[in-house]
Design a protein around this ligand. Structure first.
Ligand code: SF4
Length: 690
């Protein structure tokens, strides 16, 4: 009965945007042994607790194993026929914009490419948006304003080569743990100075030389003050477009709104200005704001004015939440983008993509972004909706309202690997999708490194890959030739070929070296950075001082900081939302690991002792938290990690796991006017004993 040991398969973690390489070995009983891949340049063998528990999450428990129509099990052909017919009929009766897809930064690039091609090139509507809208849309918009392209300029090794690393709105220790470990190791070795800018004293502060507990929402004030200081000290070395206006706006900014003591502010300004090599890392604390794009540009301004970009150990660095938020950007999976970082509003770009796809009609204008998309569902303007690999009934702001909107939609298809989620409950048709370890494809991490995910286990039940499900529906809608792929390798090769077309039009995204990749080449594909290092030294952008704008110069943006949503007598607390160390998104995978659930077992509210005393709340009792949109009941955790008036609650719990703990039900759908990213980071709320 002895089995010979199976070789480990090189794959990539499906959780955060660090994109760690994993060695997965089937245990012969349907499970996996998981270890960090020492040869992967994102993690060099490290894994965090979530990644190392992956083997506990690959069983059949909770899986959707067969297609379902109206709650009954159905065959694939019947389900695919129905989806294709309802979408085709809806488009015929009400036009292409009456249908929509809402997809995910956890899809593999090949799945994402197929979905985007179907909607933009064949349905002829850009009503495809993604949960990445909730995650990094403001970074995309900020990059495009400043660089003329959605380019992340830096690499992880820049954090290790910097003299000073500033982390703003990022709890790296919990949300990007392996990158945090790399930074902590560099700090040990080289004495890197670390600044954490966060209203909350998070675990990341363990390695901080300086923690600035700035007032929530005042980030743009702080970076404008920094820009004014840079100017005062004569450190402006570059001449980007918009320099004078940006400096004028910065000089007009007053420090009071940051709420920081003068000495702490001074220390920060001295550190940043005194460090030749500085990296500013930012994440959801910046992006998830109704002025997120301005906050991003306030950060980019400081790096552009001083030339601290494009050189080792320097640069602004957006760390993405999801495993493939970057891949989604590359394929154009956002409603306001085209494929391969091309511009949907540029007729020459649209023509080039249409010519490449030989498609019958192209979306000619941006589609509805996430918040507006679900409003259109609510109002009946979108009559057929296909949700893939995401759980918007929990994760969208005003989640109760979004759930009601989905419930009221004429026709809802949900592709998922999990049978029961808050969103699958609302579907007319459920399509079972393969999950991590069951499928082949690629993902791109936060430093633009493309890595393979590899199939290690057989698909659960009748589950199929998302790219294939999409292609099968497209074929039934009348476009079999354009979607006639046999493998994800062929999808990848097509995407790579299209990137060559994009590169010729000036796009920064060009992986056309892989356009002719074979199955064997795809199977053997190791992690690589784009642009490929043969073309740009070390995979770094902007070292030559040239940007993707018409003038070739970067653009600085004059930022006038805007305060966050006001508090009121009715809603006197500003709730800060975020993640915990051991759970991921809506817990559909991490919830399967008993080990991960031990860290923090239930939804909670961190409350400052003075707030707790004033409200008559003692530790471990329950608090009722309400906003104008919803209500949650949370376990009270009294701690001075949070400031008075600024409690914190994690986002992960759902109607399936803790019905009273759905935090995004409290959050307003107010979105940034430039990026469309909602201000999910905070919500004005009231709190009282339950
Ligand atoms: Fe996975 Fe992120 Fe942890 Fe790496 S740091 S193992 S990518 S969750």
């Amino acid at each position: 009965n002895m089995q010979s040991p199976r070789p480990a398969v090189r794959t990539t973690c499906p959780y955060c945007g660090v994109g760690c390489g994993i060695l997965a070995t089937p245990d012969g009983a349907g499970g996996l042994h998981v270890a960090g891949d020492p040869g992967h340049p994102a993690n060099f063998g490290r894994l965090c607790v979530k990644g190392s528990a992956l083997g506990e999450t690959v069983g059949l428990k909770g899986r959707l194993l067969a297609p379902r129509i109206g709650g009954r099990e159905a065959g694939w052909d019947e389900a695919l026929d129905l989806v294709a017919r309802r979408f085709s009929d809806t488009i015929a009766a009400h036009g292409p914009d009456s249908v929509a897809m809402y997809v995910s930064g956890q899809l593999l690039t090949e799945d994402y490419y197929a979905a985007n091609k179907l909607m933009k090139g064949f349905v002829g509507s850009a009503n495809i948006d993604t949960n990445s809208r909730l995650c990094m849309a403001s970074s995309v918009a900020g990059h495009r304003r400043a660089f003329g392209s959605d380019t992340v300029p830096g690499l992880y090794e820049d954090l290790e080569g910097a003299d000073t690393v500033v982390l703003v709105g990022s709890n790296l220790a919990w949300c990007h743990p392996v990158l945090y470990q790399r930074l902590a190791a560099a700090r040990e070795a080289r004495g890197t100075r670390v600044v954490v800018i966060d209203p909350r004293r998070t675990a990341t502060c363990d390695i901080a030389d300086l923690h600035l507990p700035l007032a929530p929402g005042s980030d743009a004030v702080l970076f404008n003050l920094l820009l004014a200081e840079i100017d005062r000290r004569g450190l402006v070395t570059e001449t980007p477009d918009g320099l004078a206006d940006a400096l004028a706006a910065a000089r007009a900014t007053l420090p009071a709104a940051t709420g920081l003591p003068h000495s702490a502010l001074r220390q920060f300004l001295d550190l940043w200005c005194g460090s030749e090599r500085v990296v500013t890392v930012y994440s959801q604390g910046i992006n998830q704001s109704d002025s997120g794009t301005d906050k991003v540009n306030a950060i980019l301004n400081c790096h552009l004015a001083t030339g601290r970009i494009g050189r080792p150990g320097t640069g602004p660095f957006s760390v993405t939440g999801q495993p493939n938020a970057m891949g989604g950007r590359e394929v154009g999976g956002l409603a306001n983008m085209l494929a391969c970082h091309l511009d949907i509003e540029d007729p020459a770009h649209r023509d080039a993509v249409q010519g490449f796809w030989r498609s019958p009609r192209m979306a000619s204008r941006p589609g509805l972004k996430a918040v507006d998309m679900f409003r259109a569902v609510e109002e009946g303007r979108i009559k057929a909706l296909w949700i893939i690999c995401t759980n918007p009934a929990v994760s969208m702001p005003e989640a109760d309202r979004v759930a009601r909107a989905i419930k009221g939609c004429d026709f809802v298809v949900v592709s998922d690997m999990i049978a029961r989620t808050d969103t699958t409950r609302l579907a007319h048709v459920l399509l079972p999708a393969t999950g991590w370890a069951e499928k082949d494809g690629t993902v791109t991490n936060s430093e633009r490194r493309i890595s393979r995910q590899r199939r290690t286990l057989a698909p659960a039940g009748q589950a199929r890959d998302d790219w294939r499900i999409i292609a099968d529906v497209a074929a039934r809608m009348g476009w079999p030739e354009a979607f006639a792929w046999d493998s994800p390798a062929q999808v990848f090769a097509e995407h790579a070929a299209l990137s060559g077309v994009a590169g010729a039009l000036g796009s920064d995204f060009d992986i056309s070296d892989h356009a002719g990749i074979t199955q064997a080449g795809y199977d053997a594909l190791g992690p690589f950075l784009w642009p490929q290092s043969s073309r740009r030294r070390g995979g770094r952008f902007f070292g030559d001082g040239r940007f993707h704008t018409p003038s070739g110069r970067a653009r600085m943006i004059a930022v006038t900081p805007r305060p966050p949503q006001p508090l009121s007598e009715a809603w006197p607390f500003r709730l800060n939302t975020g993640r915990v160390r051991d759970h991921w998104h809506t817990m559909t995978r991490t919830g399967l690991s008993p080990r991960l659930s031990r860290h923090l077992a239930e939804p909670f509210l961190e409350l400052h002792p003075t707030d707790a005393a004033r409200l008559g709340l003692v530790p471990a009792t329950l608090a009722e938290v309400t906003s104008s949109h919803g209500r949650a009941i949370l376990r009270v955790l009294v701690t001075d990690r949070v400031a008075p008036g600024h409690p914190f609650a994690p986002i992960h719990w759902t109607g399936e796991t803790a019905p009273s703990g759905r935090i995004d039900a409290l959050v307003d759908g107010l979105a940034d006017p430039v990026s469309g990213q909602p201000a999910s980071k905070s919500a004005p709320v009231a709190i009282r004993p339950f």
